[in-house]
Design a protein around this ligand. Structure first.
Ligand SMILES: CC(C)(COP(=O)(O)O)[C@@H](O)C(=O)NCCC(=O)O
Ligand SMILES: [Mn+2]
Length: 925
């Protein structure tokens, strides 16, 4: 079979096929891999199990024929041009390529093994033809200017206890990570050879277990320097991940925005079994300035001896219920309950860790394990905090980043370290923590593969997501992501049976306060911290190399997409309730969209459980997945739906509404054409606002839809349009368009219209507005979602809607032809991109997201390209113009249009009522 073909050893990335094809020419959208589907001799697609056979356990290495080298390479064997050879950028199939980026790296520490692996994104369906037209139209030569291709993919983070190394080996084997691809389907069941495969690893275990890896998996370990890896991992995270670093004081977590140009120097304290203290001055420029042998291993080791705990997590969990005053000697114990205020020590300050046990005539059994664990934790955390501070002082450093698995996202540990740093530095130095704290070394090892291509990635190109399974790593579930859909569903079912209590929302405790020398009662522990909380910290990092910052943002550095701050507990609770109440309706729609089968019902059920679990988790710790805004919650819902293979829950509703609206469009256009320019503009804006009422994400609107037909509701909404609207800048916009006694009329060159919902919203609202702009000589770019979200129209669906509308309107037809939106015109446009029509073009671009909101730091390359010549941005709808971007400032004129379909938001944002409207016009800033 094809996929049995050997890979070439030592094949460099830039070796060409027959000397002509240089890999530099392969950009992401031109390389196609076909390893997703394996067929048997009858052409039947094999299931995962059939392909894997009984291979989930790693066998002893045997004879095999597959070879690969340590370098991440493209396997060019069997490469062939697909399709038309005459095409300028033909697709090249690499049938034997499994993944073009290095895929697995390890950090094998004394206590834990950390794994980082990369998996390629599944191809998501996109309109290739539309993309080609847009590329030609916008003059995009190359979406990706790298010297070699980076495909989108995911970085996964998994850990195992070193003492259970066999579980780790089984995991690697079951996912076939040692073979150059995470998807076993690309390999034959006969057991390909891994003889020459080399996997990068760091940590002492890279030496200690090298033979075991060879024996069990047939792979060699290439050792990478541990300090080097820690530093490059930390630098990478601090530069590439937006919400990576945070402070943690008195139970309050706050993300710190790190300016990658102002990162160095800093102190990196890695708390593993032991502690390394490293002064970092740049990429690859560092010095290990100190360390201590009292670290995570000490806590665990002593804790194990003293409490009989079986695991680190159990020990940490015990500390949650501990009271260290029964064990530690406090200042007050020495001073008869008084403070030693002369030297600034309160009575509650620990004078001597474990000191109280000297004078008491007790045996170990007489102390509570909980108290012992807490005393130990405080002793070690304070000590590390103090040594770190002294080193920061020694080198004049203000920022200390703490990493390593000792911390485990444990609030109390972080508070204790922060307190120590704050206390000793008198507030001059700041302790910061990293969300991927435990994976610095493994990430560094991953980055040490040559040509991994991740060096110059920007912050916005990594998007953190939480596919199901990711939040529940640990124990027997090694998580992210659970292999296939079935696994995910059954895991959700099992999870709910076992742990229903954690799916229920848990109220968050208000942060406690502590006095000087505080922590008499740990402020961050208590009933609200679930035992598994420490495992729920990092998700899968999605690498989307084609995302860019929207070029028209006035100042991307201060841009904040979210309008509503969910760190306000009242807000979080409200939106949590809204989303929970919407759940059953959404599940019904999702299940119906998949034919209402038993399988769809089971998936619907699993989705509801998964999303509820995420919500519960976020209620408990809003910053668990990074800084939380309403847009993230709404996106999480869409992501969860996709996880359970609901790709378009509102498909039929959208279709129905499109058809009904297209049927009345000709009448509307006729009515508009009978008006003078000024009344027409007003009617058009009114039309956009009125049609925005068709929003299946709003509870109030959905209730309304039971009361009439689409057209009745649209009419009712239009009839209620009374000016002044709650935010009403229409006159300023009108003056900008038509001029006044003092000002000349303005003709926009190119307008970007961020469209929202299907049906009336786009057909009767935004398309007529687009038509008016086209009529006035403005190029129009309709910007729509890349993936479905609620009833939002997508960039895939829009060309068809425009084509339908164009049947009734010459302006739209001419512009759509010029923009390549009409099928016949698409063929012409490839030959002569610019001159095919006299009309200004109407184009469609995708925005790069699949959510009702938009974060303009992460838009598609085609939108970024379209923005180049644009001088007007129109944002439409509640998600795009209110929940997000209400306060966004642009380099060009901006018009924000929305109907507010939620009472609380109306009251909060515009001091108004549900169904009030916003027409905000902001000249270029
Ligand atoms: C999800 C939405 C932002 C979509 O609104 P749109 O952008 O389509 O105008 C909106 O429906 C919403 O905020 N819904 C939740 C609140 C509610 O049910 O009232
Ligand atoms: Mn919408």
């Amino acid at each position: 079979m094809d996929s049995l073909r050997e890979r070439e050893d030592h094949q460099e990335l830039n070796i060409g096929i027959d000397g002509n094809l240089n890999i530099d020419n392969l950009v992401d959208d031109k390389v196609k891999f076909n390893f997703d589907i394996e067929k048997d001799s009858n052409g039947t697609v094999l299931g995962r199990e059939e392909q894997l056979g009984d291979k989930d356990m790693a066998p002893m290495a045997g004879n095999s024929i597959h070879r690969s080298s340590s370098r991440p390479q493209l396997d060019l064997s069997g490469a062939a041009i697909q399709g038309n050879f005459e095409e300028k950028d033909p697709t090249i199939l690499l049938p034997n390529q499994s993944d073009d980026i290095s895929h697995l790296a390890l950090d094998i520490g004394g206590s834990l093994i950390k794994l980082v692996y990369f998996s390629r994104h599944e191809n998501h369906p996109f309109n290739d033809r539309r993309r080609k037209i847009i590329k030609a139209r916008l003059g995009i030569i190359n979406f990706n200017r790298r010297s070699f291709p980076i495909l989108g993919g995911r970085l996964h983070f998994v850990k195992f206890e070193t003492s259970k190394i066999n579980e780790c080996l089984d995991f690697i084997y079951s996912k076939q990570l040692h073979r150059g691809g995470m998807d076993s389907r690309s390999w034959q069941s006969e057991g390909p050879n891994t003889e020459n495969t080399v996997i990068k690893a760091t940590g002492g275990g890279a030496y200690k277990f090298a033979d075991l890896f060879k024996e069990r998996l047939g792979i060699s370990i290439e050792k990478e320097d541990e300090m080097n890896c820690l530093v490059s991992g930390a630098n990478f995270l601090l530069k590439a991940i937006r919400h990576e670093a945070f402070t943690h004081m008195e139970g309050r977590k706050e993300f710190v925005q790190i300016d990658s140009n102002d990162l160095f120097p800093y102190l990196l304290v890695n708390i593993g079994s032991g502690v390394s203290i490293i002064k970092v001055d740049g990429d690859g420029v560092f010095e290990r300035v100190s360390g201590t042998n009292v670290g995570g291993g000490t806590y665990w080791g002593l804790g194990k001896l003293l409490t009989k705990c079986k695991s680190f997590d159990e020990l940490l969990e015990l500390s949650q219920r501990g009271d260290n005053r029964t064990i530690d000697m406090l200042v007050g114990d020495i001073y008869g309950g008084m403070d030693y205020s002369k030297i600034g020590l309160s009575a509650s300050t620990i004078a001597s860790s474990f000191g109280k046990t000297i004078s008491e005539n007790k045996e170990i059994e007489d102390y509570r394990p909980e108290d012992i664990s807490l005393s130990l934790l405080r002793m070690i955390s304070y000590n590390i905090g103090q040594i770190s501070y002294l080193n920061a002082l020694r080198f004049g450093l203000k920022r200390i980043f703490f990493g390593g698995f000792f911390i485990r996202g444990h609030a109390y540990t972080m508070d204790t370290i922060s307190f120590a740093v704050h206390f000793w530095s008198k507030g001059q130095a700041q302790a910061m923590f990293l969300r991927h704290e435990g994976f610095l070394g493994a990430l560094g090892a991953f980055l040490s593969y040559e040509k991994h291509g991740l060096d110059d990635l920007m912050v916005h190109q990594f998007v953190e997501r939480f596919p199901m399974g990711a939040p529940y790593i640990g124990g027997n579930v090694h998580g992210p992501p659970l292999g296939d859909l079935n696994e995910k569903i059954s895991w959700m079912e099992k999870f709910v049976l076992k742990g229903t209590e954690i799916t229920a929302p848990v109220p968050m405790l208000p942060p406690g306060t502590t006095g000087l020398g505080g922590f008499e009662v740990p402020s961050s522990k208590g009933d609200s911290l679930r035992p598994d909380a420490s495992k729920l910290n990092v998700g899968v990092l999605h690498l989307v190399p084609s995302l860019e910052v929207f070029p028209l943002l006035a100042d991307p550095k201060i841009y904040e997409p979210n309008t509503i701050d969910l760190s306000d507990h009242g807000e979080l609770e409200y939106w949590f309730t809204v989303l929970s109440e919407h759940m059953s309706d959404l599940v019904d729609k999702a299940v119906a969209s998949e034919g209402g089968t038993d399988d769809a019902k089971r998936r619907g059920d699993a989705f509801a459980r998964a999303f509820s679990a995420h919500l519960a988790r976020l209620m408990e710790e809003p910053a668990a997945y990074g800084k939380l805004g309403l847009a993230n919650l709404l996106e999480l819902r869409e992501e969860c739906l996709r996880e359970f293979h609901f790709h378009d829950a509102y498909r039929s509703i959208k279709q129905r509404e499109n058809e009904a609206s297209l049927a009345v469009l000709p009448d509307l256009l006729m009515e508009l054409d009978g008006m003078n320019e000024e009344s027409r503009l007003l009617t058009l804006i009114e039309g956009v606002l009125a049609a925005n009422i068709f929003d299946w994400g709003s509870r109030a609107c959905v209730d309304l839809y039971h009361k009439g037909t689409i057209i009745e509701i649209y009419r009712m909404s239009r009839d209620k349009m009374q000016r002044p609207w709650r935010v009403d800048d229409f006159d300023i916009f009108k003056e900008r368009m038509f001029g006044s006694a003092e000002k000349k009329p303005h003709k926009y060159k190119r307008a970007l219209l961020f469209v929202d919902n299907s049906g009336a919203d786009v057909v009767l609202g935004m398309l007529p507005l687009a038509r008016e702009l086209l009529r006035r000589g403005t190029e129009v770019v309709l910007v729509a979602n890349s993936l479905p979200a609620l009833n939002d129209v997508t960039a895939m669906e829009l060309p068809e809607i425009v084509a339908e509308a164009a049947k009734h309107c010459d302006i739209l037809r001419g512009a759509a032809e010029a923009g390549g939106l009409l099928v016949d015109a698409m063929i012409n446009i490839q030959d002569s991109p610019r001159e095919s029509s006299l009309s200004v073009p109407l184009m469609v671009v995708e925005n790069g997201c699949g959510s009702p909101c938009i974060d303009l730091r992460q838009v598609s390359s085609e939108l970024a390209a379209a923005a180049k010549d644009a001088d007007l941005v129109v944002l439409e709808g509640m998600g795009r113009a209110l929940h997000t971007n209400f306060n966004a400032k642009f380099k060009c004129d901006a018009l924000k249009l929305a109907m507010v379909k939620n009472q609380r938001l109306a009251a909060k944002l515009i001091n108004g009522n549900i169904y009030d409207c916003v027409c905000r016009f902001e000249p270029a800033s």
